[in-house]
Design a protein around this ligand. Structure first.
Ligand code: PLP
Length: 370
C-alpha cells in the first residue's frame, strides 16, 4: 500500500522531488552558461540523495559548512569537499582524518594565526582565503596586506580565494542583487590578480549565494559557484526575487489541533521548534509570519493564511480574510512553507519525499549537528 501525506505523523518535513529537480536544473544550466563549475552548498539539504542529484553533470565537488556534514558526505562517497566556514584549530585533527580517508578536503581562513596552525598541521589541507565582498561577516579585504601575508604563511597549501555575498539578502530588487553579484565577482577576481602579480598562483576563485548566482550576468574570472538554498527555495527567496512560490520544494507537514472560529484562527501542532523562529519575511512586502499555510497539494487554499505566533509546539494560524472552517477539521493536514528553508529543515532527521503529489515515494536521511 503506498503511503500518503495523510498517513504521516506530524510535524514532519516534506520534500517535493519534482520541484527540487527543476530548481537544480535551472541553476546548473545557468552556471554552465556563465562558464563556472557548480560546487553546490549542502548546508541547506544536508542529504546525500539531494547531493547526488545536485552534482549530476557537474565536477562532483561539494561545499559544506560543518565537519559533521563533511564526514557524512565522505561516508556517502563524496571525495571533493570544501568546508566553507572557518574551523577552530582544535578541529584540525578531526578534519585531517578525512584526508586520511582519501577525501580532497579544502578549508578556508581569513586569519594569520589560523593559517599558521593549518600550515603547521600534518594534514595537507588545501586552503582558500576568505574575502569580504561587503557582507562584513568574515573575510579579509581584497586590497589589504593581510591577503598576501596569509597566502605566504599557507605556502603550498594555498589554493585560492572565496567570498560569500550574504548581503545580497538585504536587496529588495533584482538590480541591487546584480550589483552585489558584480561586487562579489570583482572582489575575488581582483584578489586573485593581486596574488598573481605577487607571484602567488590562485587556482580557485569561488563565489556564491543563491540570490547572486540567480541574477549574476557575468562571472568572468570566477572558477566555481557555491549556491545552496536554490535547491529548496523558500518564502524569503521568493520575496527577494530568487524564485516564485511554486519553486518552494520543502514544506512542514502539520495537523490542525484546535480552532477558534470567533477569532478567525486555528492552531497547528507545528510551532517554533518545527518551523523555526526565523522572521526574515518581516522585512519584505509579504510578511509570512512564521510560515505560509497551504493545503496538502501546496495550494494556498486558506486564503492568505500564515502562522502569526509560534510557541514551542503550537503555531497560531490567522488570515486577513474569513477562514472556511468547514475545511479545517481538527486533524486536517496542511503544509507550511518556510521563511528560511535551511533553518526550518535543521529540526528534522529525514525528508518524506513526494513527486508532485501527496504519495510518499521515498524517505531520505539528513545530517544535523557539528
Ligand atoms: N558559501 C558560503 C560561505 C555560505 O556561508 C553560504 C550560505 O550561507 C553559501 C555559500 C550559500 O549561499 P545561499 O545560502 O545563499 O545559497
Amino acid at each position: 500500500m503506498p503511503m500518503h501525506l495523510e498517513d504521516l505523523q506530524t510535524p514532519c518535513l516534506v520534500l517535493d522531488r519534482r520541484i527540487l529537480e527543476r530548481n537544480l536544473a535551472r541553476m546548473s544550466e545557468r552556471m554552465h552558461r556563465l562558464g563556472v563549475s557548480l560546487r553546490p552548498h549542502l548546508k541547506t539539504a544536508k542529504s546525500a540523495e539531494v547531493a547526488r542529484m545536485a552534482v549530476a553533470g557537474e565536477s562532483g565537488g561539494i561545499t559544506v559548512s560543518t565537519l559533521a556534514e563533511a564526514e557524512y558526505f565522505a561516508d556517502h562517497g563524496f571525495r571533493d569537499i570544501l568546508v566553507a566556514a572557518s574551523q577552530p584549530p582544535q578541529k584540525l585533527d578531526r578534519a585531517s582524518a578525512l584526508l586520511d580517508r582519501g577525501v580532497d578536503l579544502a578549508l578556508i581562513t581569513d586569519d594569520t594565526d589560523a593559517a599558521r596552525a593549518i600550515a603547521a598541521h600534518r594534514g595537507r589541507f588545501k586552503v582558500l582565503i576568505e574575502l569580504d565582498s561587503g557582507d562584513r561577516r568574515a573575510g579579509v579585504r581584497a586590497e589589504g596586506d593581510v591577503l598576501l601575508e596569509i597566502a605566504r604563511i599557507l605556502g603550498d597549501r594555498f589554493a585560492g580565494v572565496m567570498t560569500h555575498a550574504g548581503h545580497s539578502y538585504g536587496c529588495r530588487d533584482i538590480e541591487c542583487v546584480r550589483q552585489v553579484a558584480a561586487n562579489e565577482r570583482a572582489t575575488v577576481v581582483s584578489a586573485a590578480e593581486r596574488l598573481s602579480s605577487n607571484g602567488i598562483e590562485c587556482g580557485v576563485v569561488s563565489v556564491g549565494s543563491t540570490p547572486t548566482m540567480t541574477h549574476a550576468d557575468n562571472l568572468d574570472g570566477v572558477t566555481e559557484a557555491r549556491p545552496g538554498v536554490y535547491m529548496f527555495q523558500d518564502l524569503f527567496q521568493a520575496e527577494i526575487g530568487s524564485c516564485s512560490r511554486d519553486d518552494i520544494a520543502v514544506t512542514v507537514l502539520a495537523s490542525v489541533i484546535g480552532r477558534n472560529e470567533l477569532e478567525n484562527r486555528f492552531l497547528l501542532d507545528a510551532g517554533a521548534l518545527a518551523l523555526s523562529k526565523d522572521r526574515s519575511t518581516q522585512a519584505t512586502p509579504h510578511d509570512a509570519g512564521y510560515g505560509e499555510v497551504w493545503d496538502t497539494e501546496c495550494k494556498p487554499a486558506y486564503g492568505d493564511c500564515r502562522i502569526e505566533r509560534a510557541y514551542q509546539e503550537h503555531g497560531v494560524a490567522v488570515s486577513d480574510s474569513p477562514i472556511d472552517f468547514r475545511r479545517i477539521a481538527v486533524g486536517t493536514k496542511v503544509r507550511v512553507a518556510p521563511n528560511h528553508a535551511c533553518i526550518t529543515a535543521a529540526a528534522y532527521d529525514r525528508y518524506y519525499v513526494v513527486d508532485g503529489g501527496t504519495e510518499i515515494i521515498a524517505e531520505w536521511d539528513r545530517v544535523n549537528g557539528w
